[in-house]
Every structure is written in structure tokens, then in C-alpha cells.
Design a protein around this ligand. Structure first.
Ligand code: PRX
Length: 654
């Protein structure tokens, strides 16, 4: 965030009360109701969470709500439940059986509708198919699919049989997939021949083949392939199976059993401060309680809603608010495979009108792109079905917030700006749309039950408008349980920075009304278009190129993407710095991680500025990259000339 943006946030005084007709029908109808609920949760957290958990179907009751042995939590101890039963079987008894669960639209315009009954049959069939491949409870299954119904079916089938899934975003490269397969030791990979993106085929199966040929990727025994794009692929007999063939041979009947509340449900890899992505592990009972509770409260779900969360299932938002939260709540979800501007910039608005979407949940980066494309695109379509708008993934600037409210929401729909993380599993800070007055750019206050705060380094609470660290003081059901295979890193990353608290890695301030303003990451994580990347990860990719001696990566504020990646690179001697090398390096990073990590800009330097102890001075590079005046203490610089040269080269190249 730039200084001007921060000061504009500090001066933000606009307030929007929940619209009367919305509040009248909402689950939580007023500020007083919100306060009463939050106070109840504060006074007796266990009773509060037990009440939320009772909204789900348990096959065996828990004996203890929360076992907190800091920093280790177990929730609904001794309880058993099946996530797929909660998302499917539970809805089959009455009229909901024939209600649409998934409305799917592919990028080319093909459409599929699956009712709860149909989805249940498909999930049971695929659960049996997985069993026929020898998958057992506890075995990891990797899912590398486009946004097609099979993605949700595969996740639910895994949950049904107790095989934790690890979904890998289809935009990640073969190398990134290989890293995740090695770390999770997945036995099966579920993929597709390809997916559609801007009219092109993304060749997923070819990436799987490459990943499986890489050193130490040796756990995968079977690959299941969904036919989607009908491009040419190679199939290895014995290892590779078409989805259709497996499912045709499988029974649609599967008796699900309850899994222990603390049985792993999934791991999802996300970037931290080191080069190696970490597998965030979530478990069955607590996660589903969190996902279901927040979906109901934050999106104020009711019968007849068509809920469109535009996130890909490769991210946690797709887990909690495309699949688990909405389906556990019996909602109808819309799932879309492709790009928001294919074939034109009004694809989303045309779909909102045609499907009658009532709740739209998307990212600020998308909102800013829509703003840039112009108001004429949404204006062409009837958006009157919308009743609630949501935002997630990065701070939303007040200007984008106001545009979203006016142009998309017709000044009628409340906006929920939701703060949370892969680690938190579900939304933590957000308005309740029928109860909370909103301020553009603020995620407002923690949900009832969530003990979030802003503190100083020593753990003492910050005063009003004093910037500090965002923390959570008490455990919550959908919190991560560990980093898969590295519990020490879990303790160190989240519970060692601030004594006695979960440390989120974000900076924030609370205003005099207790509203939270999230300022962004305080670590070396950058947020590009709502996608989380570590600077180290991109640096490792760069230095793996034979022509690179050293690299430092920083984020620079970007009007559209939030942050853009700028890489400072020292080439090896003999390698010529220039456009050709920059292009080669950008392609190399895309190959190592995925297109989302490709640096926006590469700057060559003879040397990088370092402290006397040899640490790269990122703060300086960040300032150079964003063109800001260099300030602060630079006396520890190894070579001041290096910095001056960098700053100069930046100025002359602009
Ligand atoms: O910096 C915060 C930002 O996204 C980070 C979490 O990223 P990830 O685990 O990929 O999950 C994204 C979707 C939940 C946070 O540490 N972030 C997320 N939501 C917001 C946000 N920053 C400001 N406002 C938000 N509403």
C-alpha cells in the first residue's frame, strides 16, 4: 500500500448502514444482536462453538469441545462425522434433494446442473472408484483440475472415504506440482486432459506426466484423467485411468462412516517466508464447523440463494466457499471454469443475470480490473438478482469498494470485506451484512467467537489507530493444526512471534470504533492479484537459472494487482544483462512455479545492497522498486555505491 493510500484510509469517514429490508430478514439483524452474540461467545467460547457444531450431523458425539494445549488444539474431541454426509446425504430427505447443488458453466459456454441427489450419486461412485484403486483412509490424494464439477466431486469423494486431499491450483507448473507431490506423498493424482483458459487449452495431464518423471516423485501409483478438452494426451497403461471408465464400473451406493473429528481433511500448500511452500493441515470437525458457521453468518444464506464465489478450488477460498461451506449449508453454487473477460469483459455480468446470482464473492484485483474495463459492461446486464457482495484476498482500496457498491450492487447490496487466511480455514474478520455498519476499506470486526486483536511486538494491545500486528488470542475450530511434516515450523511461524497468540503475519490497526484496517503482510510474503507468494520462492526459482548469480525479489504497489513482483538480478559473469535475458528469466520462473509468479519487471545490477552481515536489504530495494525516496538508516550498507547505482538505473530507465 502506498503512503497516499494509507493516509486516505486514515481519513475514511464514510459509513453505510445495513439496508433496512436486508437487515429485517437477516440471521443477525442489528448491532445489538451482534454484540449480544459476541458477548455470549466471549463469556463461554466452548458453549458457543458447541452450539455452532450442533448445526452439523455427527455420527458420534464429542466428549470435549476444545482441548487447548498451546499451541496445539483439538476440537470436538472424540466426536465423529463425515464431511460428505454433511454436504450431501443430509440434504436428501426433503425437497432439497432435487434442488441444484452445482450450476456449472465452462468457458466455452457448456452448462451442467447437478442436483443434490445427482451430486450425491457422483460422489458415491467416485468414492468407490478411489477405493477400487486401493485408496484408504489416511492416504493423500492430489487434485490438479480445472474448475469443473469433477473437482468438487473428487474433493467430496476423498472426504467421504477419509483420504485427505491436497488440491494444486491448475495454474501451477509441473515443478510446483512435483514439490507438492513429494511433500504430501500422494498416492493418486486426479487431473484432466486439459482445462479452458482464454480460449486455450491448459495441458494439465502433460504437466502431471512431467512431474511424475522428476527425481524423488515416487509415491504416485495412479492417475485419474477427466476428459475435458479432448486434446491429445499419453496414457500409461496400469497407472493412468480415465475418470469415465472408473466411474462407469463403480456402484453409486456407498455407506459412509464417520471419521474422527481430528482426522485430516486436507492439506493446502501456501507460501511462507522461506522458499518452500508449506502444507497447511486442516482436520474434519473443526474445519467444517468453521466453514459452515461463517457461510451462514457472513453470507446470510437462505433458501433460493445462488452463491457465486469466483475463486478457484486451488485456493482456500475455493475449498471453504465454493465447496464445503455452501454445500454443508444446502446452498446452490455457481461454478465457472474460465477467465472473466472471455469472450468479453462482461462475461461475469452476463452470467450473474442469466443464472440469477444472489451472492457474489470475488477479489479486489478482479474488481479493479472490472473498474478499468469500464462501467458500460455491467450496465448492459440486469444485476438486480444480487443482494450481497463479498471481497477477499487482499486489502480493498476504498475507491474499488465504492465502485463495487454502486456499479455492481446498485447502492442496494451490503458489502462484506472478509479477512482470513489459508491457515485460519474460514473467515475471521468481516461485517455481518444485516448488522454491521460498513466503512469502505475496513473488514470491520471479528466474527463472534474470534478473539482477534492488534498488538505491539511485546503482545500489549495497540491503542486506537496505532499500527501493530494482527493476532488471535484464542483457538478457533477451523484453525490449522500443523504444517504437514514440520510441526516445529508451525510452532515457530505462528506461535513464537507474539507470546501466547496466533500471529497472522499481517499488519493492522483498529480505529476508535474497534474496526480493523488490514495493512498487508509484515513478512516476506507478497500478494499478487490476491495470490500469495514468498519472495524467497521466486528468488529460488531465479537462482536455479544457470545465468543468475544472485537475486532479490520485492513487491511494488500496483494499481491493478495490489502488488507486482520486481526482481533484482546479478547475472553470472559472461551472461549479458538485457531484454533477452529478462525474457528468459521470466519464462524460467513461470516454468518453475507458474505464470502467477512471473516477475513484472527484472532489473539487473552488478551487486545487491547488503548489510555487513550479508543480508540483502529488501526495504531499500522495495523503495527503489517503487520509486520512493530512499530514507531511514542506510549506514549498514556494504557498498553505498551499489544502492546509488540501482536508484539511478531505476530513474533513468523509467
Ligand atoms: O495478507 C492477508 C491477505 O491475504 C493473506 C492470506 O492469503 P491466503 O492464505 O492465500 O488466503 C487468501 C484468502 C483467504 C492474509 O494474510 N488478505 C486476505 N483477505 C484480506 C486480506 N488482506 C486484507 N483484507 C482482506 N479482506
Amino acid at each position: 500500500m502506498t503512503t497516499t493510500e494509507i493516509s486516505s484510509l486514515l481519513q475514511e469517514h464514510r459509513r453505510f448502514d445495513p439496508p433496512g429490508p436486508f437487515a429485517a430478514r437477516a440471521h443477525v439483524k442489528s448491532e445489538a444482536e451482534y454484540r449480544a452474540m459476541a458477548a455470549r461467545a466471549e463469556a463461554d467460547p466452548d458453549a458457543f462453538w458447541a452450539e455452532q457444531a450442533r448445526a452439523l450431523a455427527w455420527s458420534h458425539p464429542w466428549t470435549k469441545v476444545c482441548d487447548w494445549d498451546p499451541p496445539d488444539a483439538r476440537w470436538f474431541v472424540g466426536g465423529k462425522l463425515n464431511v460428505a454426509v454433511n454436504c450431501l446425504d443430509r440434504h436428501l430427505g426433503g425437497a432439497r434433494a432435487n434442488q441444484a447443488a452445482i450450476l456449472f458453466e465452462g468457458e466455452p459456454g457448456d452448462v451442467r446442473v447437478l442436483t443434490y441427489r445427482m451430486l450425491h450419486r457422483e460422489v458415491c461412485r467416485f468414492a468407490n472408484a478411489l477405493l477400487s484403486l486401493g485408496v484408504r483412509a489416511g492416504d493423500f490424494v492430489a487434485i490438479y483440475l480445472p474448475m469443473v464439477p469433477e473437482a468438487a466431486i473428487a474433493m467430496l469423494a476423498c472426504a467421504r472415504i477419509g483420504a485427505p486431499h491436497t488440491v494444486v491450483f491448475g495454474g501451477f507448473s509441473a515443478e510446483a506440482l512435483a514439490d507438492r507431490l513429494k511433500d504430501s506423498r500422494a498416492r493418486v493424482v486426479i487431473t484432466a486432459d486439459g482445462g479452458w483458459r482464454r480460449g486455450q487449452v491448459v495441458p494439465l495431464k502433460a504437466s502431471v506426466d512431467r512431474a511424475l518423471g522428476m527425481p524423488d516423485v515416487d509415491s504416485v501409483q495412479h492417475v485419474v484423467v477427466v476428459r475435458r478438452t479432448n486434446n491429445e494426451i499419453s496414457m500409461r497403461p496400469g497407472r493412468d485411468h480415465f475418470w469415465d471408465d472408473l466411474v462407469a464400473a463403480a456402484s453409486p451406493v456407498h455407506e459412509a462412516r464417520g471419521h474422527d473429528s481430528e482426522h485430516p481433511l486436507f492439506s493446502l500448500y501456501t507460501s511462507g517466508t522461506t522458499g518452500k511452500p508449506k502444507g497447511i493441515l486442516h482436520t474434519t470437525g473443526g474445519y467444517l464447523v468453521g466453514a459452515a458457521y461463517t457461510t451462514r453468518m457472513v453470507f446470510d444464506l437462505r433458501d433460493g440463494d445462488v452463491f457465486w464465489c469466483t475463486a478457484d478450488i486451488g485456493w482456500v477460498t475455493g475449498h471453504s466457499y465454493v465447496v464445503y461451506g455452501p454445500l454443508a449449508s444446502g446452498a446452490t453454487i455457481l461454478m465457472y471454469e474460465g477467465a472473466p473477460n472471455q469472450p468479453g469483459p462482461d462475461r461475469f455480468w452476463e452470467m450473474v443475470a442469466r443464472w440469477g446470482v444472489t451472492i457474489l464473492y470475488t477479489a479486489p484485483t478482479a474488481i479493479r480490473a472490472f473498474m478499468r474495463w469500464g462501467d458500460e459492461w455491467p450496465a448492459k446486464h440486469d444485476l438486480s438478482s444480487l443482494r450481497l457482495l463479498g471481497s477477499v484476498g487482499e486489502p480493498i482500496n476504498p475507491e474499488a469498494w465504492m465502485w463495487y457498491r454502486k456499479v455492481i450492487g446498485g447502492d442496494r447490496c451490503p458489502i462484506v470485506d472478509t479477512w482470513w487466511q489459508t491457515e485460519t480455514g474460514s473467515i475471521m474478520i468481516s461485517p455481518l451484512p444485516g448488522a454491521t455498519s460498513t466503512k469502505p476499506g475496513s473488514a470491520t470486526r471479528p466474527l463472534p467467537g474470534i478473539a482477534a486483536d492488534v498488538v505491539r511486538k511485546d503482545g500489549t494491545p495497540c491503542g486506537p489507530d496505532e499500527g501493530g500486528f494482527l493476532v488471535v488470542r484464542r483457538p478457533w475450530p477451523s484453525m490449522l493444526r500443523t504444517i504437514f511434516g514440520d510441526h516445529e515450523r508451525y510452532v515457530k511461524t505462528y506461535f513464537s512471534e507474539i507470546a501466547g497468540c496466533y500471529f497472522a503475519g499481517d499488519g493492522a490497526r483498529k480505529d476508535a470504533d474497534g474496526y480493523f484496517w488490514i495493512m498487508g503482510r509484515v513478512d516476506d510474503v507478497i500478494n499478487v492479484s490476491g495470490h500469495r507468494l514468498s519472495t524467497m520462492e521466486v528468488e529460488s526459482a531465479l537462482v536455479s537459472h544457470p545465468k543468475v548469480a544472485e537475486a532479490a525479489v520485492v513487491g511494488r504497489p500496483d494499481d491493478l494487482k495490489g502488488q507486482a513482483i520486481v526482481a533484482f538480478v546479478t547475472p553470472r559473469s559472461g551472461a549479458a544483462a538485457g531484454d533477452a535475458l529478462a525474457a528468459e528469466l521470466r519464462a524460467h520462473v513461470a516454468e518453475q512455479i507458474g505464470a502467477l509468479a512471473r516477475p513484472e519487471e527484472i532489473r539487473f545490477a552488478e551487486a545487491l545492497p547488503k548489510t555487513r552481515s550479508g543480508k540483502i536489504m529488501r526495504r531499500l530495494l522495495r523503495e527503489v522498486a517503487s520509486g520512493a525516496q530512499t530514507r531511514g538508516d542506510t549506514t549498514t550498507l556494504e557498498d553505498q555505491a551499489v544502492l546509488e547505482k540501482l536508484a539511478q538505473s531505476f530513474a533513468t530507465d523509467e
